[in-house]
Design a protein around this ligand. Structure first.
Ligand SMILES: C[S@@+](CC[C@H](N)C(=O)[O-])C[C@H]1O[C@@H](n2cnc3c(N)ncnc32)[C@H](O)[C@@H]1O
Length: 264
């Protein structure tokens, strides 16, 4: 066993990998990755980061493989508990920020319940970085005072309540939608039923911050048709609201020449 990060049992760090561009990794995440004894990661983590771990590091992939579902959450929890019994420093690497639509909270609670030391290391979330790499600020004084991060993913197991899209249309100046492409037509219709003008500006950024990044800007009324016609796919962030009109293409960074696998 190596690593000096905990006394007694191992310690699990829930680490944000950032949105894809390896340079958006935090210094803390870099330090932990370069010292860890075990690494548990899923689909949306930049491949370049996997090269940072030491040669002795035990790796576990718990994401989706083609034709298969992700490893079920209880199995991932069990892997983390087991690794903490054998190793000192375990990194649980998650795309973006671990606590934003990443089940980091569930894993932290599970580990704490089992008496295992756990610490979260926040990461740069895709909902801010992908729009930024298209020059879109997620807030702007001319575009109101609120922005909502929301998932467009329909929960099959109903583990969380459905999103009140009509309510959001009335209450939030801007929306940043994760996992929204699949249900985009219904989401857009609900938002318009809730009072949003079909002319409201919207954008989609696919594969943000890395090789293959592309984006489109459309009106809310046209958005689903454009996404379909232009073949946009996952992973994508959808931005809806007046902040899209405030985009400054000149400030958009070049996407990194880095590979981030498309989730199956
Ligand atoms: C399960 S959520 C995880 C979000 C992550 N915890 C974060 O903070 O960015 C996965 C979704 O994040 C979005 N996403 C993640 N990486 C992305 C990227 N590089 N470009 C665009 N969208 C991305 C997509 O909507 C994708 O379906």
């Amino acid at each position: 066993m190596s690593g000096q990060e905990s006394s007694g049992g191992g310690k699990v760090y829930l680490v944000g990998a950032g949105p894809g561009d390896p340079e958006l990794l935090t210094l803390k995440a870099h330090r932990l990755l370069s010292r860890c004894d075990a690494l548990v990661y899923d689909s949306l983590v930049p491949r370049a980061l996997l090269d940072l771990v030491p040669a002795h590091c035990e790796r576990h992939f718990v994401g989706k493989r083609r034709g298969h579902h992700s490893v079920p959450q209880p199995s991932t929890n069990a892997v983390l508990v087991e690794l903490a019994s054998r190793h000192s420093l375990i990194v649980r690497l998650k795309g973006g920020d671990p606590f934003l639509f990443g089940r980091g909270g569930e894993e932290a609670a599970h580990l704490a319940k089992h008496g295992i030391a756990v610490e979260v290391v926040p990461g740069v979330t895709a909902g801010i970085a992908a729009p930024a790499y298209a020059g879109i600020p997620v807030t702007h004084r001319r575009a109101g005072s609120s922005v909502t991060f929301v998932t467009g993913h329909e929960e099959i197991d109903k583990a969380r309540p459905g999103v009140d899209w009509q309510g959001l249309a009335r209450s939030s100046d801007g929306l940043v939608i994760y996992m929204g492409l699949h249900n985009l037509r219904r989401i857009a219709a609900e938002l318009m039923d809730g009072g949003l003008d079909p002319a409201t500006p919207a954008a989609v950024v696919q594969q943000g911050t890395v090789r293959g990044q592309r984006q489109l800007v459309a009106s809310l009324g046209d958005l689903a048709d454009r996404v379909e016609a232009e073949g946009f796919g996952s992973p994508s962030i959808v931005v809806i609201g007046a902040m899209v009109n405030e985009r400054v293409p000149a400030c958009a960074p070049e996407p990194a020449d880095a590979e981030m696998p498309i989730p199956f």
